[in-house]
Design a protein around this ligand. Structure first.
Ligand SMILES: *[C@@H]1O[C@H](CO)[C@@H](O)[C@H](O)[C@H]1NC(C)=O
Ligand SMILES: *[C@@H]1O[C@H](CO)[C@@H](O)[C@H](O)[C@H]1NC(C)=O
Ligand SMILES: *[C@@H]1O[C@H](CO)[C@@H](O)[C@H](O)[C@H]1NC(C)=O
Length: 630
């Protein structure tokens, strides 16, 4: 259309020449916004006006009405502008157009763009609406954390529609909203502006203000706002306080707190593992004082309408000193000799106790012997040495300090046939005395029941305790102090002779059986002066002979030296030692031959083979005839 018009203008100019100058818009009206009651002016100015000016509102011609619509039909200066007095929303708000009629066929009719005259209408204050339910200004808006939420802000009956903006406290979040403007059904020519906010709130936003601001020139200071306080709900998150870093001692106090961060307020639930029911619903658990039975794994959990927290566990370990719970068999047990048994001790303690079994040693001193380190003391093959008093000791350590407790005493009694006690007693298997002295042979034994008969026997002789025979005196056996059922029997031989050297056997007989024990008596006879001289002379002679023989052999059989690898003092001293024992014990000169071992001269290597030993004997034999010759 525009193209065709231009073509016609150009055609007219060319065809008709300069005789005619066409009318044309100088100024066209533009959109205008005015307050109600004020005068609105829409400008329209025409160059070379020939036609009449006319105004159309929403397509209809407007008449010139004084005090309302004022414009000139044929202004000489071409100013067709209209003044609309006392602008009114109903009457004046609309699309306006300025037109100029044609006066010749060549002249076009001038038509301006339709422009909008807006008569302002102040909108209602903005309102927050949760899907059409109105939220009172300043009240709470409740929603869940992490859940996409939709909220409307509505500003009704405004012209033009208000511009709606969203703020979270002071932070603008309008970008998360979408505004739509629709004509308000309730009031003609006004708008309803609706902004829908799509937002996912986080926990940090709880309690903050959510504001909707409406911007409109009709408002004082051009804006009005409404707000709601965010009430954001979230499931509980819990944390434990008073978590004991180390064990708690019994008797001290302890408090555990289960703190829940939740909206709405959460309910707390304490449980103890192994118990089905709820232990407490209080935030704080207090143990004052704490008892050992309070030990356990405590768990806390919190719950609200939104959800449930995870469960937190805490182990309470109440530690306490040992206490003896059981001691068995108590207080007395009688056991058969060589039987087996076990003593049981049970202590309550945390941490677990360590046990020690002690047996009271005989004697006045409070000496105890350790017998075991377990709760059970297992005794296999009981002997009289196990008879006596026992205690069990339980101990543990609390913060590095040892706590010890002792049980009552158990008395263990052994019955059976007699038994001779050889460990750490006066009982010896050999007794050595000088000739003419008194010999005492002592034997300790235990017997429960008491022995019926105790007697000594040697050779064809028998001597009951409590009786005497010549030089022999079998004393009445006596109880040993502090050792129940144990006795000492003594056989005293006065003025011993060499012929007393022999074995003396004690026989102990009781109701349950019999025990024998032999003691060897050795009588040492003093060495006589003549014998000493004889031995000395003999030795010298042997020495001389040996030297002579040695030299003789050296001369004739040098090979003897080649065969010996070295001199061995160990071997010699060993042999020499035995020799001296033989002399003192047997005291017989006849043995003097054996007293001079050949290896005193002919040394042998440390490790002698059998062959060498034979060889040695051979040399020995060689020497003997020589000795006899002398
Ligand atoms: C609604 O009206 C406001 C204010 O006049 C404007 O800023 C916005 O662009 C309009 N929105 C739509 C979708 O027309
Ligand atoms: C707003 O609405 C329009 C049309 O319905 C849509 O295309 C646009 O994505 C929306 N914007 C937001 C932020 O939701
Ligand atoms: C018990 O001890 C005695 C003496 O020590 C011994 O003769 C006996 O063989 C032992 N019995 C057992 C079953 O070990």
């Amino acid at each position: 259309m525009y193209f065709i018009e231009v073509f016609w203008i150009v055609y007219t100019v060319i065809v008709i020449g300069t005789v005619y100058t066409l009318q044309d818009f100088d100024i066209t009206p533009s959109n205008n916004e005015v307050d109600p009651g004020s005068t609105a002016t829409l400008n329209c100015r025409v160059r070379n006006r020939r036609g009449e000016c006319a105004w159309l509102k929403d397509g209809e011609v407007v008449g010139r009405i004084s005090n309302k619509f004022i414009f000139e039909k044929e202004p000489s200066d071409g100013d067709c502008s209209i003044r609309i007095i006392n602008a009114n929303l109903e009457m004046d708000d609309g699309y306006w157009q300025c037109q100029v009629t044609q006066t010749s066929l060549e002249d076009p009719t001038l038509k301006s763009e339709k422009v909008k005259l807006t008569v302002r209408e102040t909108p209602r204050p903005p309102q927050l609406e949760d899907s059409t339910i109105q939220i009172q200004p300043g009240s709470n808006f409740t929603t869940k954390v992490g859940q996409p939420t939709k909220l409307n802000c509505v500003s009704r009956k405004g012209n033009p529609p208000a511009e709606l903006k969203w703020f979270l406290e002071d932070e603008e979040i309008t970008a998360m909203a979408n505004q739509t403007n629709t004509t308000d059904i309730e009031k003609h020519k006004t708008w309803q502006a609706v902004s829908i906010l799509y937002y996912t709130f986080q926990k940090i936003h709880n309690g903050k203000l959510l504001r909707c601001v409406a911007l409109h020139k009709g408002y004082d200071t051009n804006s009005r706002e409404t707000h709601a306080r965010l009430d954001l709900q979230y499931p509980p998150e819990i944390q434990l306080e008073g978590n004991p870093k180390e064990e708690v001692e019994e008797g001290k106090s302890l408090s555990l707190r289960c703190l829940a961060d939740a909206n709405p307020k959460a309910s707390i639930m304490w449980k103890i593992s192994g118990h089905a029911n709820v232990h407490s619903i209080k935030e704080e658990l207090t143990f004052s004082p704490i008892r050992r039975s309070d030990s356990g794994v405590y768990s806390c959990r919190a719950k609200n309408d939104v959800g449930e927290s995870k469960e937190l566990e805490i182990t309470v370990d109440v530690i306490y000193k040992p206490e003896i719970r059981k001691i068995e068999p108590y207080p007395y047990v009688s056991l058969a000799l060589y039987s087996s048994t076990q003593l049981i001790c049970e202590a309550a303690a945390n941490p677990e106790p360590l046990y020690t079994w002690l047996q009271k040693l005989p004697g006045e001193m409070q000496a105890w012997q350790e017998r075991g380190n377990d709760a059970r003391l297992i005794i296999t093959n009981i002997t009289y040495s196990f008879q006596g008093r026992y205690i069990c000791e339980a101990r543990n350590y609390i913060k590095g300090i040892e706590y010890k407790v002792q049980s009552e005493e158990i008395k263990l009694d052994v019955t059976g046939r007699p038994q001779v006690i050889t460990d750490m007693t006066v009982t010896k298997d050999t007794v050595v005395v000088e000739k003419n002295e008194d010999a005492t042979i002592s034997v300790e034994f235990c017997s429960d029941p008491k022995p019926d008969r105790v007697f000594w026997e040697w050779g064809s002789l028998k001597l009951d305790t409590g009786s005497e025979l010549a030089r022999y005196s079998a004393e009445e056996y006596m109880e040993i102090r502090d050792r129940d059922d144990c006795y000492e029997a003594r056989l005293i031989i006065r003025n011993v002779e060499g012929s007393d050297s022999r074995k003396y056997t004690i026989h102990i007989v009781n109701f349950k059986g019999e025990e024998d024990y032999g003691v060897t008596l050795k009588v040492r006879e003093p060495v006589s002066v003549s014998m000493v001289i004889g031995v000395a002379v003999g030795c010298i002679i042997v020495l001389v002979v040996l030297i002579v023989v040695g030299l003789f052999v050296l001369k004739k059989h040098k090979y003897l030296f080649r065969r010996s690898n070295g001199f061995n003092p160990d071997t010699e001293s060993e042999m020499g030692g035995r020799r001296s024992v033989d002399i003192t014990h047997n005291g017989r000169a006849g043995n003097a031959v054996g007293a001079i071992p050949p290896d005193a001269l002919y040394s042998t290597p440390k490790k002698q083979s059998n062959k060498k030993v034979e060889n040695k004997h051979y040399e020995n034999l060689k020497v003997i005839p020589l000795l006899l010759l002398l």
